[in-house]
Design a protein around this ligand. Structure first.
Ligand code: 3VV
Length: 154
């Protein structure tokens, strides 16, 4: 399964700091389907996304992009499971219920991150996803995320 339009550009009214096209100061991550139940995101850190040492990426930024990449994947999957095009009709929204990250190695600030998410479980109320975050060919973090469906009028 592939698509040319990013998941985030198919979802309306999103002001999220990490993934919302409607947030002027946000990170604007873009996620794409690669296979059934799998998505990919490439994110270029900005120079001010540092951890303490100038050469490394802040862990909160890593958490944010993992959070947004996986929750947007759950939202897109919610539409597909309903037999609808992503973003069509009544809103399908998910919020982060749980975000469990293991930081395995530092990620460089001057190198793109690759995020690969896989849906491992779904039910009408929640979607569980695994996400790997790599930089420069090295696995820097892995995460389990529970996305919980919330009302579309949140
Ligand atoms: C306030 C923010 C709203 C965000 C709305 C997003 C709209 C999307 C729009 C545009 C796309 C943007 C994409 C965003 C990307 C970033 C996402 C974020 O950063 S979201 C902000 C951080 N998250 C929160 O602030 C949630 C605060 N928590 C809550 O509101 C509730 O606790 C909530 C919705 C998470 C759960 O509500 P319950 O407790 O009423 O849900 P029950 O019906 O009991 O559970 C449903 C299933 O989920 C599991 N579950 C619920 N909470 C869990 C948790 N904390 N950990 C693990 N599992 C949990 C339960 O065990 C149950 O599972 P079983 O169906 O029985 O298998």
């Amino acid at each position: 399964m592939t698509q040319e339009t990013a998941i985030q550009d198919q979802i309306q009214g999103n002001h999220c700091f990490g993934c919302g096209p409607d947030n002027d100061q946000g990170l604007h991550i873009k996620s794409y389907w690669t296979e059934k139940d799998q998505t990919r995101c490439e994110f270029f850190p900005s120079a001010h996304h540092n951890a303490g040492p100038a050469q490394y990426l802040n862990g909160g930024i890593m958490a944010t992009v993992i959070d947004c990449h996986t929750v947007c994947t759950a939202i897109a999957d919610g539409y597909l499971q309903s037999g609808r095009a992503v973003g069509s009709g009544d809103r399908i929204w998910y919020a982060t219920g749980n975000l469990d990250i293991k930081y395995l190695a530092p990620a460089r600030i001057d190198t793109p991150l690759i995020l690969e998410a896989t849906i491992t479980e779904r039910s009408p109320r929640k979607t569980v996803l695994h996400c790997n975050l790599s930089s420069d060919g090295r696995l820097c973090a892995k995460a389990e995320v529970i996305a919980v469906r919330v009302p579309g009028d949140w």
